[in-house]
Design a protein. Structure first.
Length: 445
């Protein structure tokens, strides 16, 4: 028995050694925006867009694997090598624009935890939650000198909790297995589909900034050239988890709400579930939604922090004080914006709007101008960051000297180029969508 216990302990340690970074990336991907968009897509189009969720997950998995490989084989960091190839000014511009994206979208995470906590604890003032969770996240970052191992365990727990919570809702929903299988296997575009919604659905899963972060996580994990197989296992398992969570949300909305109910927010979906299944379904959904928001709270801020820090030439270590200071700025910007939105919300307050990565929101009434400005800043930063990051990505991944002579095979280079085209196409589509709002805010039209 003692030998068996010892063997089990060794096996657990070996598994812990072999997985981690991709689960952190997955916890970042599954945030309030992605859950909202998956809910909305399922309620609008039923099971028919499941194939696109699967395809987006596969593309993201491919880039996680590419940057895992880069992190193992390259001695430089992503923006460190970018600075050598394109100049420090270019790396700094990349870091600043990517930081701006994370800072602008952080208020979506603040609104996400607020929405979930307000449902779980009715009567508590909503303004408390963004402040409390921001303080908790900042305290967490500065309380530990070496935070990678703790973050890894936390994010794995949150990702599993999300899956369990949303899978429980799916069991209640009783989806049609044949329709779901058809949705996964047969690509179709519903008549009259909103192409911006399609772009948002891809962008909210195929989050290239999170893929960049994978290379930094691999170095923080301490993986070397002998850990490539472990990285592959990690990529497969982590990608499977975040793809499943998104698909489960879409299937639940398709089973319960399609075609009669349109959902604009994940909190609205929670209310719909309460009407169908009773209050327990709503609470379980909100637990999963809170997990998605708070896990993105920490990882999103660290992504912005480490990329800004590295872009400015201060290094790409998660544990450095300068990285934590930059991550704190992400959290404070998100908290301040969220508080302004909550304080300016009319009464009776409607469910807060969650900003989607890749989708813009309709312009609200004049009282919501702060929200419109935040959305415009977020989208404008995305439009700058995506082209800059895409150029750096292609040059860095194609440089076999950086990976010690290990050139990418031809098919992998083709995959990188396809991904680059997709990213630029989505950025262009978003530009067309949000241009009127930006022009109006800037007073140019």
């Amino acid at each position: 028995m003692a030998m068996q216990a010892k063997s089990d302990a060794v096996s657990t340690r070996n598994l812990s050694r072999r997985i981690g970074p991709a689960f952190i990336v997955g916890a970042c991907i599954i945030g309030p925006g992605s859950l909202t968009l998956m809910s909305k897509t399922g309620s609008l189009y039923g099971y028919s867009m499941l194939w696109l969720s699967l395809l987006s997950g596969a593309m993201m998995a491919g880039f996680i694997a590419l940057f895992m490989r880069f992190g193992i084989y390259c001695d430089d960091t992503f923006l460190g090598l970018t600075a050598k190839k394109l100049g420090r000014w270019y790396a700094a511009l990349c870091g600043i624009s990517l930081f701006s994206v994370d800072a602008a979208f952080q208020f979506g995470n603040c609104l996400g935890v607020t929405a979930a906590m307000a449902t779980l604890f009715e009567g508590v003032p909503k303004l408390i939650w963004p402040i409390a969770f921001t303080i908790a996240a900042i305290s967490f970052m500065f309380a530990f000198k070496h935070i990678y191992g703790i973050i890894e365990k936390m994010m794995m727990f949150f990702l599993v909790l999300m899956f369990v919570a949303f899978a429980a809702n799916l069991v209640w929903a009783r989806p049609d297995p044949l329709s779901a299988l058809k949705g996964f296997c047969i690509p179709t575009i519903p008549p009259g589909v909103d192409w911006v919604t399609i772009g948002g659905l891809v962008a909210t899963t195929f989050v290239i900034v999170a893929a960049f972060f994978q290379s930094y996580l691999v170095k923080a994990k301490g993986w070397g050239e002998g850990d490539l197989a472990s990285g592959t296992i990690d990529t497969v398992l982590g990608s499977l988890m975040f793809t499943l969570v998104g698909s489960v949300i879409m299937m639940t909305a398709a089973a319960v709400l399609y075609p009669n109910t349109k959902v604009e927010s994940a909190t609205a979906m929670a209310s719909q579930l309460e009407g169908v299944f009773g209050p327990y379904a709503k609470y379980i959904f909100c637990i999963g939604f809170w997990s998605a928001a708070f896990s993105s709270f920490i990882t999103n801020s660290l992504i912005g922090g480490v990329l800004l820090n590295d872009g400015l030439g201060l290094g790409g270590k998660l544990e450095s004080v300068s990285t934590k200071v930059c991550a704190t700025l992400v959290l404070l910007i998100g908290m301040t914006t969220a508080l302004a939105i909550i304080a300016g919300a009319p009464e009776p307050a409607r469910a807060p709007t969650i900003v989607l990565q890749g989708e813009s929101q309709p312009a609200p009434a004049p009282r919501g101008q702060k929200e419109v400005k935040a959305i415009a800043v977020a989208q404008a930063a995305t439009l700058l960051a995506v082209p800059l990051g895409t150029i750096a990505m292609v040059l860095v991944l194609f440089d076999k000297r950086a990976t010690k002579g290990r050139d990418l095979p031809l098919w992998a280079k083709g995959f990188v180029l396809v991904g680059a085209v997709v990213l630029l196409a989505i950025a262009g589509m978003m530009y067309v969508k949000i241009k009127p709002a930006i022009v109006r805010i800037l007073g140019l039209g």
